[in-house]
Ligand binder design. Structure first.
Ligand SMILES: Nc1ncnc2c1ncn2[C@@H]1O[C@H](COP(=O)(O)OP(=O)(O)OP(=O)(O)O)[C@@H](O)[C@H]1O
Length: 313
């Protein structure tokens, strides 16, 4: 089988993480430990993860021309991600996230999207020929919403499969929904998309109906360690999460979306594609860090075979 071609319209950011006994208060200098710096950004994570799963994967993003940008470029070279549509600009810095983790594992994050904010629909248009040659287009909401909108429009124009991972959640214009084959929020993103509080107590299944009334045809809600909820005209089901020894759940959403996208681009149906995504979501939880945890194809295939066999019993 030839490699599925996937185009991810998203972002790259460097995460700067430091552990501290507490979240600092104004005016106090605190001693931290275990400083760590590494590549992130949802679009970037998904481009790497889909490439690792065997896709011909291309990232559409804008980064700075600085040392942080080099971290991304080196990563794409090592992982075989196509960078023909990764543009470097000098006017804005590469996106960064400052993350403070306290002893309870709670975090405090400040992001500067930097060069990612320079993305606009015209920039996505420059990737039109790549989208025309792709099997599937996936977008996230770190770049401005109009960017995701154009990615979905171009995907639709050429009859490609389209996935919108609405993360981080932002208000969406209703016109985007008919362009999206699969909308893949997590539970809090689902609520924010509906203008609700992230902790609204209503069951997610009930809220999916509200989103579908707004025009979202096929919705897959990731439910953390409870798996995924799939609602389409023909399917209304939950696939349980795979049981693994969890080390770090960061990046589970990116891993799920990547596995789902690759399987869908290969022609699997929504349930089997989601099952493959669930395996990738579980595998990333077994390692510390997002990029180190993104599954290789053989490991994802092995877990998928086991899950499929037990689902058939
Ligand atoms: N503890 C876990 N054990 C097994 N699988 C998990 C676990 N947490 C997440 N997953 C898998 O990964 C998928 C995505 O996870 P989740 O719903 O937490 O996404 P998310 O909130 O977007 O994650 P993040 O923001 O950390 O990337 C889930 O649907 C599930 O299949």
């Amino acid at each position: 089988m030839s490699k599925p071609r996937i185009t991810v319209v998203g972002s790259f950011a460097v995460g700067l993480t430091i552990r501290a006994p507490n979240i600092p208060v104004f005016g106090v200098t605190m001693l931290g430990s275990s400083f760590d710096m590494g590549p992130g950004g949802k679009g970037s994570n998904q481009a790497v993860a889909t490439a690792r799963l065997g896709a011909d994967s291309s990232l559409v993003a804008i980064i700075g021309k600085d040392q942080f940008a080099d971290i991304g470029i080196d990563l794409y070279k090592a992982e075989g991600v196509d960078t023909a549509h990764v543009k470097q600009i000098t006017e804005k810095p590469t996106a960064v996230g400052f993350i403070i983790l306290n002893e309870r594992g709670e975090n405090f994050i400040i992001m500067d999207y930097g060069a990612t904010n320079a993305m606009d629909p015209a920039f996505v248009d420059r990737a039109e020929s790549r989208i025309r040659e792709s099997d599937l287009v996936m977008a996230v909401l770190e770049p401005p919403v109009e960017v995701a909108m154009r990615a979905m429009e171009l995907g639709r124009k050429y009859g490609k499969k389209t996935i919108l991972n609405p993360a981080p959640a932002a208000p969406l214009p209703d016109e985007i929904f008919p362009l999206v084959d699969f909308l893949t929020p997590n539970e809090s993103e689902l609520r924010i998309l509906l203008g609700l509080r992230p902790d609204d107590p209503r069951p997610s299944r009930e809220l999916v109906d509200l989103l579908r009334k707004r025009g979202a045809a096929n919705v897959i809600v990731t439910l953390g360690d409870r798996g995924v909820l799939i609602v389409t005209d023909k399917v209304d089901t939950t696939i349980p999460a795979a049981v693994v020894d969890v080390v770090d759940t960061t990046g589970a959403g990116d891993a799920f979306n990547s596995g789902f996208a690759v399987a869908l681009a290969e022609g699997r149906d929504v349930i089997e594609a989601a099952r493959f995504g669930v395996c990738c979501g579980a595998l990333v939880c077994t390692k510390l860090g997002v990029i180190p945890g993104m599954a290789r194809r053989a490991a994802a295939d092995e877990m998928y075979r086991t899950m499929r066999a037990s689902a058939a019993e």
